[in-house]
Write a protein that binds this ligand. Structure first.
Ligand code: SF4
Length: 408
């Protein structure tokens, strides 16, 4: 079994340096391909919404901010802060779309959106209990760009490019250096692996961000996977609706998604109600109108959403958009993200406080993803057995009752 180490990803993964240059040239020649790995940061007009190209996702990527000094030039942070953050960016790069920049309240140093996108010196603090690869994906990688942790599901890592590099990312280790895309040969090997394993019914495409693939590459990938009879579900994990909703306005992409909608699901990641903008709502509606169900996986993040009212507004807002709040994920034990992590019991308390305030449809499962045990739902014990034909039911906010039990 060949582990998916960062070196393997770079060397045979995904793209060698020479191959990257060739791909880059090919992309420039083909307007359908994303700028991805050769994303250039131009000076952003500010306020950026004034730009006539604001709704063009390519413009958004071309103008994504990748250096703290650019934020200082725009007057959003001080020069001293920019200098301090340069040291962080040398280890963990940054990228923020003008769209996401425009959602941040720059007057508030603790703004929850700023916290998710702007580097912090805390990322360089080593915590001996945390891991570079907290889910042991590299151990469960039989070939480059493919992770097989559960019998019926596989994960294909299509690229390491994201429009906004989330500071809390589980795959921070893969986000170092230049972004890369899985080449056709690597993806073909992953598709053949799925075809050879009839127990695999569910394929998750993630990265990175699969919706940043060119429409043509995505079309080929989805067509190849859809043609495998035992593949029943293809899920695309994408934070695009939250950080670059303009991508979903691209007619080429919409055509591709429509063509493969039969097996397709999308998992998004909205972490704060302020990410639920009109543009995000339009992106979600695009997917729903194509007949693609959308589920959301929120990451529980200290200083961002570890608050009952924030989670209440977020989950209610998602329901309004017809997005199911599916998981609340405890932040993974990833090196460089200690400052985002809450206690597991705090997470459980938060979810329990929502019960009774929101319908069951709006309350996600609270999940801890661990290397040895996989995904574990963390729920309090509500029922205790009695010996006399009753059970004792307990709800922290409402008390305890005895309830007649059925036959064993
Ligand atoms: S979108 Fe996902 S993969 Fe990309 S940086 Fe954010 S958390 Fe990581």
């Amino acid at each position: 079994m060949q582990p998916l180490t960062t070196e393997v990803v770079r060397a045979q993964g995904i793209v060698t340096e020479r191959r990257a240059a060739a791909l880059s040239a090919q992309r420039r020649a083909d307007r359908q391909d994303p700028p991805g790995s050769d994303c250039r940061s131009g000076r952003i007009p500010w306020p950026p919404q004034a730009s006539p190209e604001w709704s063009d996702w390519r413009w958004q990527l071309r103008h994504a901010v990748t250096r703290p000094s650019q934020l200082a030039e725009l007057g959003l942070i001080s020069r001293d802060e920019a200098e301090e953050l340069e040291t962080v960016v040398r280890t963990y790069p940054m990228r923020i779309t003008p769209y996401y920049l425009s959602l941040i309240d720059w007057g508030d140093p603790s703004d929850p959106l700023r916290r998710q996108a702007l580097p912090s010196r805390d990322e360089l603090r080593i915590d001996a209990r945390l891991q570079e690869d907290p889910l042991e994906e590299e151990l469960h990688s039989p070939l480059a760009a493919l992770v097989h942790r559960y019998p019926d599901r596989v994960l294909i890592l299509t690229n390491t490019f994201c429009p906004v590099l989330c500071r809390h990312c589980t795959r921070k280790r893969l986000m170092r250096g230049k972004p890369f895309y899985a080449d056709r040969q690597t993806l073909s090997a992953a598709i053949s692996y799925v075809a050879r394993n009839p127990r695999v019914h569910d394929v998750l495409l993630s990265g990175g961000n699969p919706l940043c693939l060119s429409a043509r590459r995505l079309d080929w990938l989805l067509a190849s996977l859809s043609a495998i009879p035992h593949v029943e579900v293809i899920r695309i994990g994408s934070r695009e609706p939250a950080v670059l909703p303009q991508r979903l306005f691209d007619p080429n992409l919409r055509e591709v998604l429509a063509r493969h909608r039969r097996k397709l699901w999308v998992n998004t990641q909205f972490n704060h109600p302020r990410e639920l903008t009109d543009a995000a709502a339009e992106a979600i509606e695009t997917l729903l109108l194509l007949g693609i169900p959308v589920n959301n996986q929120t990451v529980l993040l200290r200083g961002v959403n570890d608050d009952v009212e924030v989670l209440y507004q977020l989950f209610r807002g998602l329901l309004r958009l017809k997005v199911r709040p599916y998981y609340l994920l405890h932040a993974d034990a990833t090196q460089g993200t200690a400052h985002f992590r809450t206690s597991v019991f705090r997470g459980m308390e938060l979810v329990e406080s929502l019960r009774g305030q929101l319908s069951g449809l709006g309350i996600p499962l609270y999940i801890v993803d661990s290397p040895k045990l996989g995904k574990l739902p963390i729920v309090p014990t509500y029922a205790r057995p009695c010996d006399d034909g009753y059970v004792e039911l307990h709800k922290p906010s409402r008390g305890t009752i005895r309830y007649p039990d059925g036959a064993p």
